[in-house]
Each structure stands twice: as structure tokens, then as C-alpha cells.
Design a protein around this ligand. Structure first.
Ligand code: FES
Length: 101
């Protein structure tokens, strides 16, 4: 069981956006999928692209390097069924976004 760490506030992450945060040496991609905040590892399992810098639409992040797509709530890759990205639990407490690490 990990510990929840504050990584951002809701004003940093408007609905429909993604960003990258560094938490205790880990690079994590944060998403606001139309009001649902979730998090995955930042590293795309294809070739290591930064998912937090991708385009988020309808709960799907598109990797900025080669366009592979992942469901941000499950980490499932929609482009190659053999791939998935690890998820982190995320929650909102007031204005704060916390991620389990
Ligand atoms: S590194 Fe993400 S699609 Fe290639």
C-alpha cells in the first residue's frame, strides 16, 4: 500500500488536459479526463515517449512521439493490445490532487 502525495492542484489541471509531475523520483502523467482525475506512469511502453505531454480526448491519451493511444483510467493500449501503461491511484481532496506512490 503506497502513500498519497500531493502533486498538483485542480487549477493546474483543467478538464481535458494532461501534464507531467515528478514524485519521489518517479515521472507520472496526470490527466483530467472531463472531471475525472487519474494518473499513469509517464513513460510510453512503446519507445518511452512522455505521455503527460500528449493530447487527451475522451479519456484517451495520444503519445506525442508515435501516436499510440491509451485509456487513461485503465492504462490499456488501444493501438497494440500487447501493451499497457501502469496506473497510479489518484484522488482529489478539496483543490489538491494526490497520487499514490
Ligand atoms: S513512444 Fe509512445 S507511441 Fe512510440
Amino acid at each position: 500500500m503506497g502513500e498519497y502525495v500531493k502533486v498538483a492542484t485542480l487549477s493546474d489541471l483543467p478538464p481535458g488536459t494532461a501534464r507531467t509531475v515528478e514524485v519521489r523520483g518517479a515521472s507520472i502523467a496526470l490527466y483530467n479526463a472531463d472531471g475525472v482525475v487519474c494518473a499513469t506512469a509517464n513513460t510510453c511502453p512503446h519507445r518511452g515517449g512522455p505521455l503527460g505531454e500528449g493530447e487527451l480526448a475522451a479519456g484517451v491519451i495520444t503519445c506525442p512521439w508515435h501516436g499510440f493511444q491509451y485509456e487513461v483510467r485503465t492504462g490499456k493500449c488501444l493501438t497494440n493490445a500487447a501493451l499497457s501503461v501502469g496506473c497510479h491511484r489518484a484522488r482529489v481532496d478539496g483543490q489538491d490532487i494526490l497520487v499514490e506512490v
